[in-house]
Design a binder for this molecule. Sequence first.
Ligand code: NIG
Ligand code: FE
Length: 415
Amino acid sequence: MTASKRLFGSADGLWSGLHLAPGSAPGIALAPAAQAAIVVQQGMIQWIGKAAELPAQYAGLKRHEGSGALVTPGMVDCHTHLVYGGQRASEFALRLAGASYEDVAKAGGGIVSSVRATRAASEDELFASAAARLEVLLAEGVCAIEIKSGYGLALEHERKQLRVARRLGEAYGVTVRTTFLGAHALPPEYAGRQNGSSEYIDLVCQEMMPALAAEGLIDAVDVFCERIGFSLEETGRVFKAAQALKLPVKLHAEQLSDMGGSALAAGHGALSCDHIEHLSQAGIDAMRNSGTVAVLLPGAYYTLRDTQLPPIEALRAAGVPMAVSTDHNPGTSPCLSLLLMLNMACTLFRLTVPEALAGVTLHAARALGLQDTHGVIAVGLPANFVLWNVREAAELAYWLGGKPVRTVVRQGLIR
Ligand code: NIG
Ligand code: FE
């Protein structure tokens, strides 16, 4: 895949002939058949409502004809590892032959093999490969994306990944939230040392995180809290260091086992706990109390042929907001389609269509702390919305491999 260049036009004007997907514009309830309109001025949403109630002052604006398109907020992909060197198709083959994700990791493959390839790549090489992947996500209507580090595992290489993430945001006019995931795996040079894990966590907390935060490269901090990742105690140390720097936290939690990470994260006011297949009721209660978002990652569940479903019914009963994301990464989720995740969230995890749609918009924005600017269509927000060639919202989750996007408006521009 290679990156390409395109020219864009302003989205300013009157967008007419639209149908508003349910839940897309808080406070605005239109009958399904009612036509909606959106007014964009200077890249911002100036007005949204029933077309029949359009204020006269906007009637003469340049018109963008929707021709009955369904409109949703711009999609938000709230958990990705988009920047890395190489790929890991060979592991896919190993798993097909019976190896588990943990087997592959213990045998020196897994995350550490992406670390080798990422360290070997230049910043420009990483930019080019990640840009090509980003373009695929953007073409499906993604308007905000989280990008984690965690394949460098040394200051200069984590910096390289995070710099690429920032550059992608600027080059593509897409909101990028960077997450420092220095505590993703034990770097090879620390493996086999007596206190290697603890020493590496010291490096993460005392050197890497403060330096990268000072360079403005970190929007949030994450840890892989797992048997093959870092312990609860080590996770707590990383969270403490993050809080000292006033950085919000999130967690790869309870993916392969119940480590109790979600309750710890919730206790630190985490933005989100992600994966959570093995989440306990105590974890759910803690997340509800702290307003932490549950990020569901059906692509990893599917790729690893997991059989442990996240506790969807209990999360729903507790009122914990559920987001849905690609978890794009070269190991457990080489997925470049948020729409496919919408389908899998419904088919595999039994979310309803409105829940899944809120999961890739409203709740995904909240998982990134972007709830004031993304995830809904509302007056005063930057114009981020998608016109779809479908008649009803359920079609967004229903078609497999369709290409339903008609037009993407991202940061006030038609893309
Ligand atoms: O979200 N679980 C840890 N991190 C990634 C996988 C990373 C990898 O295998 O490269 C995930 O699934
Ligand atoms: Fe992940």
